[in-house]
Design a protein around this ligand. Structure first.
Ligand code: ATP
Ligand code: MG
Length: 553
């Protein structure tokens, strides 16, 4: 499982071990429990966990729970479930930043005592205005020069709930003129009156991420703190805090890598929450989302997600990964394990006029084209069958793949038929095609396969009605961050439901995972709201289709 490409982080770690062979590698995966995990998080956990495993180290799962306003225990449970499903065992012994609140409070006092932190009374907007910008230096807060004693008293009062939310905060005393804006007296603690999912009402002051993260990394003896590139400048503060608090013996070091961006989707929890609030998706586990639960519900396997993480690698370059790469991973994983079946998702009926109405014939069909051990099954052939509407053409068109009126087509694993006549309903839609079976009398003399197109089909006597959920990308745009309005970019056809037929054998079979319905894709049978209807999710089609998708929209 530890197939890590030789990325730059791997090189850094190899070097660390070379320098100090006794060095025990420790990494951590630190999700904030304010949403569900997505495939970007999978990239991060795959990296952190596999680096630790490869070098005989440890990877902690640490809930970065410093903001009770946005966090919830339901997200903790969902995150643990996803990590367990992905097969990383760090879910068994999770850590919480909130476990360290007492120590963090003491470290804050230590900074105050060393005249390195002060209680400020500016409000959020004022702090922002005083901070300046990349081109304008910041100015000191009028509260910056309080005495150490006064700061200690005020900070204790903050802790004891004697001030309103937002009335005061604790700030590091660094340099309001630093070229790194993050070092212009960053806020370390703020007052929040919300119940915390772990510590309940014990605290009303909460540390900021930048203050807590580096200290907890040091307390947990993390060696390599791997995060994404937007934290590059924060590294200055990470180093400053650890130095000022005297974590000088082998302090943890932060390294940054680029975030995963994936075409046609969004991966930010905040934006996913917006989609949920606007009811554009049905919760965090909607199969159209690239959350871990969404992918799982759609039918993705953990192996396919890991294969994807392995293929994308880890670099410092910002880029956009093609969705087709993720899809090629799930196709590859399902190809070898999925039994083949036939299903018709947009049916049109064919009546074969030159065989008996009660004709019933059992034909052998292989369960897998390349794996003999998967055996064969019997499929029924009779005078009435369904084929896909899209496989029938009244007139010849260029590169047609199916059956044309007046011509012949081969039914997979069965015979050749010729379309002779179409019947239409009152709306002038084709309701039925009358065909004749080719060479029926000499039925063993089948036509050479190559001569005709081959299509899938299903006998009306062998089929059960089924619902097929055909998913498409959630957005019409490759790069959603470039779109002003994500609602505008939403693809209204991102879930199309079809009613068709599937071989009845699928109804009573115990499926290990997915089926490949020949010519249409890989499908997962699901139970929706305990209805007994047969419902299938399309996990992925058989071919990459995104280029045509964009053109046709
Ligand atoms: P989001 O923007 O989705 O809310 P986040 O970074 O705020 O992401 P966290 O819960 O703080 O989410 O993330 C936990 C870890 O996962 C962090 O180390 C973070 O850098 C990493 N991570 C988050 N999104 C991605 C991504 N798209 N690609 C790679 N790593 C990611
Ligand atoms: Mg975050």
């Amino acid at each position: 499982m530890t197939h890590i490409k030789n990325n730059f982080i791997n090189k850094i770690i190899k070097h660390a071990i070379l320098k100090n062979p006794n060095c025990k590698i420790r990494t951590r995966f630190p999700p904030e429990p304010n949403g569900y995990l997505h495939i970007g998080h999978a990239k991060s956990i795959y990296l952190n966990f596999n680096i630790a495993t490869k070098y005989n180290g440890i990877c902690h799962l640490r809930f970065d729970d410093t903001n009770p306003k946005k966090e919830h225990v339901k997200y903790i449970n969902a995150i643990k479930k996803d990590i367990k499903w992905l097969g990383f065992d760090c879910y068994k012994n999770p850590k919480y930043t909130s476990n360290y609140f007492p120590q963090l409070y003491q470290y804050a006092i230590q900074l105050i005592q060393n005249n390195l932190a002060y209680v400020d009374e500016l409000n959020t907007q004022e702090i922002k205005n005083y901070r300046g910008s990349l081109t304008k230096k910041g100015t000191n807060s009028p509260f910056r020069n309080r005495s150490i004693k006064e700061n200690l008293i005020l900070f204790e009062k903050m802790k004891n709930g004697m001030f309103a939310q937002g009335a005061m905060c604790l700030r590091a005393k660094i340099n309001m003129k630093s070229p790194y804006i993050i070092l212009r007296d960053p806020v370390l603690y703020r007052i929040i009156y919300s119940e915390h999912h772990q510590t309940k009402n014990e605290w009303c002051i909460y540390p900021m991420y930048d203050f807590a993260h580096c200290i907890v990394d040091a307390l947990e003896k993390i060696t390599h703190s791997l995060c994404t590139l937007e934290f590059m400048d924060n590294r200055q503060l990470y180093i400053w805090i650890l130095k000022k608090l005297n974590f000088i013996q082998k302090p943890p070091k932060q390294y940054e890598f680029s975030k995963l961006n994936l075409e046609y989707t969004i991966l930010s929890k905040r934006k996913i929450q917006k989609l949920i609030d606007c009811k554009l998706v049905d919760g965090w586990g909607d199969p159209r989302l690239h959350t871990i639960s969404g992918l799982r519900n759609k039918g993705y396997t953990k192996n396919s997600i890991k294969m994807f993480c392995q293929k994308i690698g880890v670099t410092k370059q910002q880029n956009m990964i093609e969705l087709s790469l993720l899809e090629s991973c799930i196709r590859k994983d399902l190809n070898m394990t999925s039994p083949r079946r036939m299903a018709v998702i947009n049916p049109i009926k064919i009546i074969i006029t030159n065989i008996d109405k009660d004709h019933l014939e059992y034909l052998d069909a292989p369960n897998h084209p390349n794996i003999k051990e998967m055996g064969t099954r019997k499929i029924i052939f009779s005078n009435e069958i369904y084929i896909e509407r899209e496989d029938f053409y009244e007139h010849v068109i260029k590169n047609y793949k199916g059956l044309v009126l007046g011509e012949k087509v081969r039914l997979k694993y069965a015979y050749t038929i010729q379309a002779n006549k179409i019947l239409k309903n009152a709306n002038n839609e084709i309701s039925c095609i009358l065909c004749t079976l080719d060479l029926y009398k000499e039925k063993k003399l089948q036509q050479p396969i190559k001569k005709y197109n081959i299509i899938h089909w299903i006998s009306t006597k062998n089929s059960i009605k089924a619902q097929f959920q055909l998913f498409d990308v959630l957005f019409k745009s490759k790069d959603i961050d470039q779109e002003k309005d994500i609602i505008e970019a939403y693809n209204p056809n991102s879930c199309i439901i079809k009613i068709g037929y599937v071989e009845s054998i699928t109804d009573h079979e115990h499926v290990k995972h997915a089926y490949q319905f020949e010519r249409i894709g890989y499908f997962l049978k699901i139970n929706k709201n305990n209805q007994c209807n047969t419902i299938f999710n399309r996990i992925v089609s058989l071919k990459n289709k995104y280029k045509t998708f964009i053109k046709s929209n």
